[in-house]
Design a protein around this ligand. Sequence first.
Ligand SMILES: Cc1ncc(COP(=O)(O)O)c(C=O)c1O
Length: 401
Amino acid sequence: MPQLARRIGRAKPSAIMQIAEKAKRLKSEGRDIISFSIGVPNFLPGEHVYQAAREALEHDSGQYGSNRGADAMLEAFLQHIEKIGLTGYTKANLATGVGAKHVLYNLAEALLDEGDTIAFPTPYWTSYLDIAEIVNARVELLPCPPEQDYKLTPAQLDAALAKKPRVLLFNNPSNPTGMVYGKDEIAALADVIAKYPDTWIITDDIYNRMVFDGVGYHNFVHARPELKDRVIFVDSLSKTYGMPGWRVGFMAGPEVVAQAVVTMNSNHITSLPEVVNAAATAALAGPQDVPDAKCAEFQAKRDQVMEVMNSIPGLVCPRPQGAFYVFPDISCAFGKTHGPTGKVVGNDVEFCSVLLEAKGVACVPGSAFGEPRALRISYTCPTPQLAPGIERFKEFFSELS
Ligand SMILES: Cc1ncc(COP(=O)(O)O)c(C=O)c1O
């Protein structure tokens, strides 16, 4: 049999999906499972989105669309990002993809030659590593442990950029930690970036509408507008509008980068489907009450989860201010035995496995995100499941000795 390409050996199935699959299997066997594993928003977009999709179907042209994205959708996106202070962009600065993941993949193809370095903070969203490995880039991880609230410091960034990586990949608010960089923190990092003109900056900020406590969303180009010629902002409808299955992602950045992504699109997807363009335009331009309400709901759920985390002896849990994740450091449990099952919890993977089997609570081990001392709780489950789920988590802790 002929051989597969070497890059396929570097492509791995998602660790998050593996936990989700196990939880699904236990559920199908009749177990009472509460899943904190998948990072999907547990809501649907407003009726106006479905109405726009229905109308698009009725007037379907049946044709290929633009490689960049439909004009109306791009216009709506430009207006959408103006509301978060990203002004002065035109359609030539934009490109779209089948979700932000696809935009990020295209950016990796467009910006990184084999062996070029991409630097990003740890903990990181799992696909960053996978995409970098598929395109055969060199990965430089910038460890941001819980002691520094999982955030990159200006000194760390300075040291990393001094080595001239081709790309710095930044993520704010963060998946998996839920951390959000405040205005001053972004300004301090932007000052460092300004010193190093050889590096592209991708800022994957798809949770920018899910920021709590009045911290607000801040971008390097707010602090230093001259960075617009190197900063690439990535956004998505998935989490903000409850539309992960519609697969719409965007980038706004230098024209040359947007054009490169458009060229990539022209060679594989051609365009997003017409009905998807219409739904996306309606989501961006229509009433914003669903995302606003969900942001308030997630803030309340964050409070509920943090109250329990703070009451668990030995557990360290930096307080997240965005997205819908909590990322506790559970390393105080390592080496302990879970009384009722007699199982030893040696590391994060064993912790999650015993927790799932004993309590029916599914979380993702931190090692999937490059931080094996922690685990990720995604709290988008239906509200009635949240309190029992985190109580079971606490109970599990109390059964370790
Ligand atoms: C940080 C981050 N970036 C990108 C994505 C991908 O989003 P999309 O559904 O638009 O592909 C996710 C999805 O979980 C994410 O958490």
